[in-house]
Design a protein around this ligand. Sequence first.
Ligand code: 1CP
Length: 338
Amino acid sequence: MTPIHRVIKNKTTSISPIWFMRQAGRYLPEFREIRKSNPNFINLCLNEKITPEITLQPLNRFNLDAAIIFSDILMVPHGLNQKVEFKKNYGPSLGDLELKKILEIKEDEFNNKLLPVYKAIDIVSKNEITKNKDVIGFVGAPWTILVYMLNKKSPKLEIDINKTIFDKFKEAELEMILKTVIKFLKIHIKNQIDNGASLIQIFDSWAGLLNEKLYSKYIFNPTIELVEFTKSLNVPVICFPRNIKDYKRFCEVVKPDVVNIDYDVDPKEISNKIKIPIQGGLDPKILLGDIAQLKKNAINYLKIFKDHPYIFNLGHGVLPETDPKTIDYLVKLVKDFK
Ligand code: 1CP
């Protein structure tokens, strides 16, 4: 069993396995080098020769317990024939959502469009370096995907969810879109598992935007469908409902195998409240500061979760300004912690 599976299945607490969200990415010079000659991000994600290489870059440097496939949550809207572009200093930019087109999309067409992603997972999972490690497949949660598809750009830049979502679309339309999104997220999860993903993470990066009154309809119920579906395929599932008001309630209702916490969550309080395995938490900004401060903060998490099944990770992705040497230091610190 892999170290992460031991934490999830056997609830082991002796050592914390470690991996990082965005462990393959811009903080690595070898990634920036590839990115320079591949300006189109979607095409890069669909290049099954290069994505396995990018996925394995951090594993070649650090003693990590998982590879996360180099792809993006917005590959699903792309697979649904919505235009998706990534613009420099702007982020994702999506085309208008053509409701009729999306409702009519066939499974074969979607599978064909995303085939290189699945081929890349197959290649990564067969690579010697991932032996006794997990290969993590992932999807965006239905709510977060809906936000991007309807807002058409990062909510970080600008969002008024009433203006771009709830006032603009009829409830019945939102239900139809959501239903289709859930259907294809399930297909995407299954394809990743069939090609070697041993763990699935569901990223709900914009859970924090939603009014609590709407949690059941847009976050809990849709996510439960994906969690139950993944579990039925005998693969554990990690949920990251970032900035959700109440992680405990989320866990009780949605029942993921693991929950990833963000850096605004008090680790001590959550370790008392939540009994299921926990992942992450440390503020990625701490990795930009001095090493003594990092050591203090990382050890704080390790001590708090000493007797709790815990997977070390951050409270969000590795920042592009991070020095790879800091990642190296942190991995060793976690591995040597007793
Ligand atoms: O070179 C570049 O500019 C590309 C930056 C980049 C990278 C490295 C993007 C654009 N996506 C990715 C890869 C990626 N995205 C992974 C790969 C695996 C790994 O973690 O190493 C994963 C898991 C994601 C998931 C993802 N994409 C999320 C969920 C996690 C999160 O960050 O909250 C989200 C919201 C996205 C959308 C997205 N893709 C890229 C960017 C810059 C964004 C965020 C835009 C925004 O702020 O709204």
